[in-house]
Ligand binder design. Structure first.
Ligand SMILES: Nc1nc2c(ncn2[C@@H]2O[C@H](COP(=O)(O)OP(=O)(O)OP(=O)(O)O)[C@@H](O)[C@H]2O)c(=O)[nH]1
Length: 324
């Protein structure tokens, strides 16, 4: 079922067909019209929810638009429904080969057109939702470990191209088991949510990325940030969690609130930074931050480690294997 107006890019050069299509679809959907390949390629920037693509566009072939969509990681999930008046199966086979989801024939049958458009819009919406759920931590709404695994190499390669450093901050709640044991799991959950939102408030939302990677463990990736920048942010996070934890948690007396007197929430933080280099695995950055976090715990918790920049990562890396 379609709940909101979807945006459909209609690529069609025949005025009569265009009028018919518009008449059938415009009540339920927002239509973006292109009458040739070049305009269609430009309008892809609008990221439509579905593309209705005539395979015959005068001189040019609609297949060009289709192949461009499927080659672009940002666009390739948009369903492309091809339109043809041809009875030649070769063109339809070629369209399927390039990634079309289905085809419809001219002259249009209103029921078939609406049904196919709505089916593929619905399917693509559900796929996007599943994708989002698979990459999001349900408790905090932050990106999860799977997203970290996907984004880390991409960011690292981008920083390597720009010859910039990248930093990772690893954060772990201190003695969190005690919070669960003493106050119960719901208070533990509220504590994790509080730390997640505190992290989100501390970072630059335009460049930094925050992940909850496990029970009480978080990672912040800082593209373009060197050691001193990461140390500064690590200290800010540590202090903000410690100072504001009691204020920010649900307090006794609130509806559905919790009694939290006596809790002091603190975090231990490990940081690492390195100049991004394509031949060095970015996992080394995470391993370094993790080792630093262990040191922070060893040093008594509620601290950031290290306090000064260690030797450069690439010089000490035991394994300089290429990225896969
Ligand atoms: N409430 C709640 N607890 C969780 C969740 N996921 C993991 N945990 C708990 O988090 C606790 C993590 O504790 P540990 O890793 O042993 O460490 P800690 O008690 O924080 O001690 P240190 O890290 O050494 O300071 C465990 O008790 C887990 O059961 C969750 O989603 N909600």
């Amino acid at each position: 079922m379609i709940f909101e107006r979807s945006r459909i890019l209609v690529v069609e050069d025949d005025p009569t067909s265009l009028r018919m299509l518009a008449e059938i679809l415009r009540h339920e959907h927002e239509l973006i019209i292109a009458t040739n390949c070049n305009d269609a390629l430009k309008l892809l920037a609008e990221k439509p929810d579905l593309i209705l693509l005539d395979l015959y566009l005068g001189e040019s072939k609609g297949i060009e638009v289709l192949s461009r969509v499927k080659a672009d990681p940002e666009l390739q999930d948009i369903p492309v429904l091809c339109v043809t008046s041809s009875t030649e199966t070769n063109d339809i086979e070629e369209a399927f080969h390039f990634g079309a989801v289905d085809y419809i024939t001219k002259p249009y049958n209103e029921i078939i057109l609406q049904s196919k458009v709505n089916t593929f819009l619905d399917l693509s919406r559900k796929t996007a939702l599943l994708h989002e759920q698979a990459n999001t931590d349900a408790l905090t709404g932050l990106s999860n470990r799977r997203q970290l695994d996907a984004q880390l190499p991409q960011l690292w390669l981008r920083m390597a191209d720009e010859a910039k450093p990248m930093a990772a901050i690893m954060i772990d709640l201190d003695d969190f088991k005690g919070v669960n044991d003493y106050f119960g799991h719901p208070v533990g959950d509220a504590t994790i949510k509080f730390v997640g939102s505190t992290l989100a408030q501390c970072v630059d939302p335009f460049s930094d990325l925050v992940f909850r990677i496990g029970g009480d463990e978080f990672v912040v990736l800082l593209p373009g940030v060197d050691f001193s920048g990461a140390l500064k942010l690590g200290e800010t996070i540590r202090e903000k969690v410690e100072v504001s934890s009691l204020d920010m948690l649900p307090s006794a007396g609130e509806e559905g609130g919790f009694r939290l007197s006596g809790i002091e929430i603190t975090v231990s933080i490990g940081i690492a930074s390195a100049l991004a280099i394509k031949t060095v695995s970015p996992l080394l950055l995470i391993e370094k931050a993790d080792a630093a976090l262990y040191q922070a715990k060893e040093a008594g918790r509620n601290t950031v480690y290290p306090k000064s920049e260690p030797k450069r990562m690439e010089a000490t890396a035991p394994d300089s294997s290429s990225l896969s």
